[in-house]
Design a protein around this ligand. Structure first.
Ligand code: FAD
Length: 399
């Protein structure tokens, strides 16, 4: 599957920072992590820290799947509003999942500091605006629900939004908790640190077959074997081909960035903005002083069609942005498109699957893939230790 167009901004900005050998011999270890995107970097970090002898394998260069294309808005708010999620999975579950999102922002922030990672991590507020006057009532209800359950939210009027952000918009919810990151750089740097600590990483290694026995035997295209106790799939949106059941819908999403130093940088630099539309438009600044805008999602059919319409989609994103910010000067530098997966409740799949013995899956989905991958660190350790966590129940397959 072509996960993205070649000119994903983060890859152009950073280049391929680290290269690792491909696997050229038979090896053994405790755990194999398949997939070296941001999810694999986080999960292998947690495993290594917990003392597991861990090997990471990827068929591409590390971080060059969806992680190179992500716009990395880090939000505790998932794509399903908390009111709606509570109707789907119960209020207790909705509170738990929303609060787990806030915790994951703190965990990531601590990790960036502790590991001294230079990955453009910035804490930001998150502003969700109504996209039409007909949804203001529902958004207000969402605000009251979140406030009732202790989330730090404020209702902001159109006048407030105009005054603080020079934005022409309907009212919205301003949340205290949010962040952004250069996910590609983060992934590269975390892998690099952990490879110095003994994490074995093999890129350009295609896996041909896996025997999910005890032990698990992984066979590469070149016929080398990896023997391990457990395998963790951090394989992103390509994973869904493995299952008989359709767990996720794949959509195409579009993004573009402005030149550096656009004129509203000071007003917008501490903010994530998104609206209530389906699909929604979203924007944030980058650590190198650009405005990044994304959205215009479509059901994924074929990457050729998707890639052909990316300029047209970027123009639509810019038109919408200009309607919100009449005084904005946005000169586009790059646009790109990629795939991502969505689920009915916007929750991820993190856990075991009955068809794959000794395997654990960490599949962050929807607009919050990265915060879900952060949650995967603790959940994988609990699953391996045979411990229970209520999130494992909410993120299970066959729910
Ligand atoms: C344009 C865009 C915008 C997005 N915006 C956001 C956002 O704002 N916030 C957010 O949280 N998320 C966002 N996402 C989603 C986010 O990108 C993903 O959740 C995240 O990058 C997933 O990381 P990953 O490591 O799981 O997957 P990937 O980065 O795709 O890594 C998976 C790796 O597994 C490897 N792999 C797969 N199968 C095999 C195999 N059989 N053998 C060996 N290796 C294999 C692949 O080569 C790949 O490197 C966005 C996605 C896109 C495309």
């Amino acid at each position: 599957m072509k996960l993205r167009t070649p000119e994903a901004f983060w890859l152009l900005k950073n280049g391929i920072l680290n290269s690792y050998p491909s696997l050229k011999k038979d090896i053994q270890c405790d755990i194999v992590v398949i997939g070296a995107g941001i999810t694999g970097s986080l999960i292998s970090h947690a495993l290594l820290k917990a003392g597991y002898d861990t090997v990471v394998i990827d068929k591409r260069d590390i971080g060059t799947g969806s992680t190179a294309a992500t716009t990395s808005m880090l939000q505790y708010e998932i794509d399903t509003p908390m009111v709606k999620l509570s109707e789907m999975i119960g209020t207790e579950g909705a509170i738990l999942c929303y609060k787990a999102g806030i915790d994951s922002l703190n965990i990531l922030s601590d990790l960036v500091k502790k590991e001294n990672l230079d990955a453009g991590f910035e804490t930001k507020k998150s502003l969700q605006i109504a996209h039409s006057e007909y949804v203001i009532k529902d958004l207000k209800r969402e605000y009251e629900f979140r406030k009732k359950y202790g989330l730090k939210v404020e209702w902001v009027t159109s006048e407030d939004i105009k005054r603080y952000y020079k934005m022409d918009s309907y009212p919205g919810i301003l949340s205290e908790n949010g962040a952004s990151i250069d996910a590609f750089q983060f992934t590269q740097d975390l892998f690099s640190k952990n490879s110095q600590r003994g994490l074995r990483i093999y890129d350009h290694t295609l896996i041909k077959k896996i025997n999910f026995g005890n032990p698990v035997v992984i066979i590469t295209e070149e016929g080398f074997k990896v023997i391990c106790k457990r395998v963790i799939f951090c394989t992103g949106f390509e994973t869904f081909n493995m299952f008989r059941k359709r767990y996720a819908n794949i959509v195409s999403t579009f993004a573009c960035v402005s030149e550096q130093n656009f004129n509203l940088y000071d007003e917008l630099k501490d903010l994530l903005i998104w609206d209530t539309g389906t699909p929604y438009i979203y924007m944030r600044t980058t650590d190198d002083k650009r405005l990044l805008v994304g959205g215009e999602d479509l059901p994924y059919r074929n990457s050729n069609i998707r890639d052909k319409i990316k300029n047209q989609k970027a123009r639509k994103l810019l038109d919408k942005t200009k309607r919100l910010f009449p005084s904005l000067y946005f000169q586009e530098d790059y646009n790109w498109t990629g795939a991502f997966g969505t689920t009915k409740d916007s929750l991820p799949y993190i856990g075991e699957h009955p068809d794959f013995k000794n395997a654990v899956f960490v599949l962050g989905l929807g607009g919050n893939g990265i915060t879900f991958s952060v949650q995967g660190m603790a959940l994988v350790l609990k699953i391996l230790a045979g411990e229970y966590d209520p999130l494992i129940y909410y993120y299970r397959f066959n729910r």
